[in-house]
Design a protein around this ligand. Structure first.
Ligand code: UDX
Length: 458
């Protein structure tokens, strides 16, 4: 598509992980529907997974006005993603030059970039945009409470990393509720460095946008003085979950779901199925997989469980005889269409790792949860779901036993407490829809951002 001289062309830059691609693609869709041309630029390491076999070109149209492009991160795109620190380091070393080359190539093709948006793993995009004289905003893809937490402990007071903290609008946060990537015991060193750089560059960004909504995080956005005011434009999740079933279904899954998930759900009674998934990164250790497996079996509830084998392996770690023993009760799949599963009437609850996308999706679907956070922002998100929104319970101990799994499933699906959680989840669903409705808070913030794009650049 050759663009006219008046066309605004926004480049959204993100890391090539499912949890980053998904909200960025939804954001792209919201902008494209307002007539803005979008390039989603992501690291080459994701090329093979995103393009899959059918897509031969390096760039392709995900939707009329949205194209994907890849820039080099110094890695072999055919190799599996092994180590986050290693990937982020390569990205930082190789990314800026390669992305600058891509922007120039696009200009030569008549697709001049007029605005850039970075996500948290690529803070150097802010410098690149500045050098090119192009305005740049930040899209924070986790909750604003986490943004404020990192700002406070990395930018202002490192001594607060290990003591309980109070933030306006949130329950007292204990260290076990903190995001793990800034913890002194974390083995991921590059992430705190990247975030520190990000906070230092905030003076050069036009707007800080957040994948959350004011009805969900009303006060937290104010809590860290000195922070840019964050404008919340979320939830950046498929519109089907927000009451718009006919909106175009933007999707770029890195794994393939078997075709039987939804027909299997169709065969189950309303409100009867436990959905278990730990997102696109986490893999349970073998002993925990075993306890989870037997916990699901003894719960006697129907279940659909996503067990993603580790990179380069087909080994699921399920105990011997488990699959035969649960035939008729549950299915285990390597990936599933999560949005469709969460909106299916057969669903009872979601046992989730509380990745921020899954958190927003379950909130918008009105599905109660069993929170099972693993790392990064997930403990804070779990606290949100359980202690603030009161839509679920939390699996507590380090190694969760089968009895604890069974007990939590019973608590969320049966009895008075379960009824209260269901009601709270239904209220959350309404809040999410209200935020993106005409004149809703996120819709207004999105319009303010679109106005900024229209007012800036050539
Ligand atoms: C990562 C981090 O782990 C998470 O904590 C952070 O908030 C975002 O980046 P991930 O672990 O993949 O993300 O979890 P999540 O944020 O929930 O994103 C997973 C996405 O994959 C969701 O949009 C979900 O709908 C989708 N998904 C997951 C599927 O479509 N099918 C599946 O089987 C599993």
């Amino acid at each position: 598509m050759e663009m006219g001289s008046e066309t605004k062309h926004v480049m959204l830059v993100c890391y090539a992980a499912q949890g980053h691609i998904n909200p960025v693609l939804q954001f792209a869709g919201r902008l494209a529907s307002r007539g803005i041309s979008i390039t989603v630029a992501t690291a080459a390491i994701g090329r093979q997974r995103i393009l899959k076999d059918g897509d031969k070109a390096t760039a392709f149209e995900a939707d009329g006005n949205i194209k994907f492009e890849f820039f080099s991160d110094g890695s072999d795109p055919l190799m599996p993603i092994k180590d986050l620190d290693d990937c982020l380091g390569r990205l930082e070393r190789e990314g800026p030059e390669s992305l600058a080359g891509l922007v120039e190539d696009l200009r030569v093709q008549g697709r001049k970039v007029t605005y850039m948006v970075t996500t948290p793993f690529t803070p150097w995009v802010i410098d690149l945009a500045k050098g090119l004289g192009v305005p740049c905003s930040l899209l924070w893809i986790q909750c604003c409470a986490v943004y404020g937490y990192y700002y406070r402990v990395l930018h202002r007071n490192r001594a607060e990393m290990e003591v309980p903290l109070t933030f306006p609008g949130l329950p007292h946060l204990k260290p076990e509720d903190f995001p793990t990537l800034a913890s002194p015991s974390s083995t991921y060193n590059r992430f705190p460095l990247l975030l520190t750089q990000l906070y230092e560059k905030l003076g050069d960004v036009k707007m800080v946008l957040g994948n959350s909504f004011n009805e969900l995080e009303p006060e937290e956005i104010w809590f860290a003085e000195g922070l840019h005011l964050m404008k919340l434009v979320g939830p950046l999740i498929p519109q089907a979950l927000l009451g718009c079933p006919t909106a175009p279904r933007l999707r770029k899954d890195m794994w393939v779901a078997p075709s039987n998930c939804l027909s299997w759900l169709d065969s189950k009674p309303e409100g009867s199925v436990v959905y278990v998934s730990l997102g696109s990164v986490s893999v349970l250790p073998p002993k925990q997989t075993e306890e989870m497996a037997w916990g699901l079996k003894i719960s006697r509830r129907a279940f659909i469980w996503v067990v993603k084998p580790p990179e380069n392996s087909s080994e699921t770690g399920l105990p011997e005889g488990f699959l035969e023993g649960v035939e008729g009760q549950g299915i285990v799949v390597p990936w599933c269409p999560q949005v469709e599963v969460l909106s299916h009437p057969s669903l009872a609850c979601f046992l989730t790792h509380c990745g921020w996308n899954s958190t927003l999706e379950t909130v918008a679907a009105g599905v109660p949860v069993i929170a099972f956070p693993q790392w990064t922002d997930q403990p804070t998100n779990a606290m949100f779901l359980v202690d603030v929104l009161r839509v679920g319970v939390r699996l507590k101990v380090d190694l969760v036993t089968r009895d604890e799994v069974e007990r939590c499933i019973a608590e969320v699906t049966d009895g008075e407490k379960a009824t209260e959680m269901k009601k709270a989840a239904a209220r959350c669903k309404e809040m999410a829809r209200a935020s993106v409705a005409k004149c809703g808070s996120s819709e207004r913030n999105m319009q303010a951002f679109v106005d900024d794009i229209m007012d800036n650049g050539p």
